[in-house]
Ligand binder design. Structure first.
Ligand SMILES: CC(=O)[C@@H](O)[C@H](O)COP(=O)(O)O
Length: 264
């Protein structure tokens, strides 16, 4: 699809619509193989885990360089706007990048974003020149406020992080898509199977970000490839304009008449 179906995030042209997290893989080698198998071009990396000049941090960093993908540092684990802002500033120094996946967690059972802290941090970081990718709920009003705060991309959740449930509220995700036709929307978190990725891409989402479904799969490399293909299939299906479902049957093979619909 590539050139015929352009996709940019903060003006960066991309071919793949899949973004992968880098946590909880069985080994660094499997992580590298999975990223390659998925053909993704962006990985998220938690500053808390990988920074600090530790040996583990340095070898991880070397691995990411070797794979040749772009890094989207994230503020995973931050609980307040202040903490997230400080983490983003550190990430900018460590990763030499002004992209930041902004997470401000507000509740422990669901790891639901604290949308108030998120908006506050998004506004402060955007004013400092960061390109903010906010991990948010599927709330329309919050989405408006994040755009107003300077975000040019939104990342609503499908379901709680690590739950693998797939889309909890299809109505809300559809409403977001319809309400912001020109804004890059990435579904982030809660996807468990490639069919979930197909479903959100068919809705017209621009991309998906996921971690657990690949890193905790029995075969992460095969699963990464499956998600890469699913994202492409869903996008292709969206562009192909799926048929409208009906309540009643309609014979797909008419007994009489022309065999090719409207074609004479
Ligand atoms: C890696 C990362 O950024 C996660 O915080 C993200 O939200 C992915 O969630 P899943 O692990 O549910 O895919």
């Amino acid at each position: 699809m590539g050139a015929a179906d352009p996709f940019t995030l903060y003006h960066a042209p991309l071919r793949s619509r899949l973004l992968l997290g880098t946590a909880r893989y069985p080994s660094p080698a499997i992580l590298a193989e999975a990223v390659r198998a998925s053909a993704c071009e962006i990985v998220t990396v938690s500053l808390r885990r990988e920074a600090g000049g530790s040996r583990a941090g340095e070898s991880f960093w070397g691995l990411i360089r070797e794979i040749g993908v772009r890094v989207l540092p994230n503020t995973a684990g931050c609980r307040t706007a202040r903490e997230a802002i400080a983490t983003a500033q550190m990430a900018r120094d460590v990763f030499e990048a002004d992209w930041i996946k902004l997470e401000v967690i507000g509740e422990e059972d669901t790891l639901q974003p604290d949308v108030f802290g998120l908006i506050e941090a998004a506004r402060a970081l955007s004013a400092e020149g960061f390109k903010v990718f906010p991990y948010t709920t599927d709330d329309l009003v919050v989405a408006e406020k994040l755009l107003d705060a300077g975000c040019e991309v939104l990342m609503p959740w499908a379901a709680p992080i690590g739950s693998g449930r797939g889309v909890n509220n299809a109505f809300a995700l559809r409403a977001l898509r319809a309400h912001f036709p020109g804004v890059p929307l990435i579904v982030d978190a809660g996807l468990g199977a490639p069919s979930h990725a197909v479903a959100v891409m068919e809705m017209g989402y621009d991309a998906v970000l996921l971690n657990t479904a690949v890193s905790r799969a029995g075969d992460p490399v095969a699963m990464a490839r499956a998600f890469g293909l699913a994202v492409e299939a869903g996008r292709l299906a969206h562009l192909a304009k799926p048929m409208t479902p009906r309540d009643m049957a309609e014979p797909s093979t008419p007994a009489l008449g022309r065999p090719f619909g409207d074609v004479a």
